[in-house]
Design a protein around this ligand. Sequence first.
Ligand code: NI
Ligand code: MN
Length: 228
Amino acid sequence: MKISYHGHSVVYFESHGKKIIIDPFINGNTHGDLEVSDVKVDYIILTHGHNDHVGDTVELAKQNNAKVIAVFELAGYLESFGIETVALGIGGQRTFDFGTVKFVHAFHSSSHTDDKGHVNYTGMPAGIIVANDDFKFYHMGDTGLFGDIQLISDVNGPFDVTFVPIGDNFTMGIDDAAYAVNNMLDTKVVVPIHYNTFPDIEVDASKFVEATRQKARILKPGESLSEE
Ligand code: NI
Ligand code: MN
């Protein structure tokens, strides 16, 4: 599986000839490296409805005829924009032509603010577990530290990679994220996400690498895990 990071919580991967993007926040992503018009995808997977995660989903889905995989309420909301969706609930797994997608709990909130400033209800936030025959990763979405990270890892792990938010303020900060990595998650590699995009989430990610005893790998926007 080819897998790359594109700033904030944006992860792109290819599996079984399909192209998939998670949380495509492209316009407004100060650490992004993508242009909406250049992104070719078959699927978009969303962790939750916040605008820094839904991002350019509607435009991308329309320009690519891509399906959007999201929690039931967020999927229903996005359908009103005229795009095709697949709805999952927390704990649910579904098989696609690129592999399986399972939604797990994330301890956060979820809503989408539209162009008119209306705040729309978009259901529960999620973490995403993607697996094919030879690779499994966990994208934690936006979350605080919670005890069931251990349960999620025990039941679904081990993971090849886990994408962990470390930016603090809205999600886990470095100390809580390092606790999860060191004590709760069975994962070969950890990639920090959701940091330094905005002043509120500025952290020194090298401290996270130290705190996880070098298990964490900082990926620059556009950098791929398979490049090493
Ligand atoms: Ni959020
Ligand atoms: Mn966020």
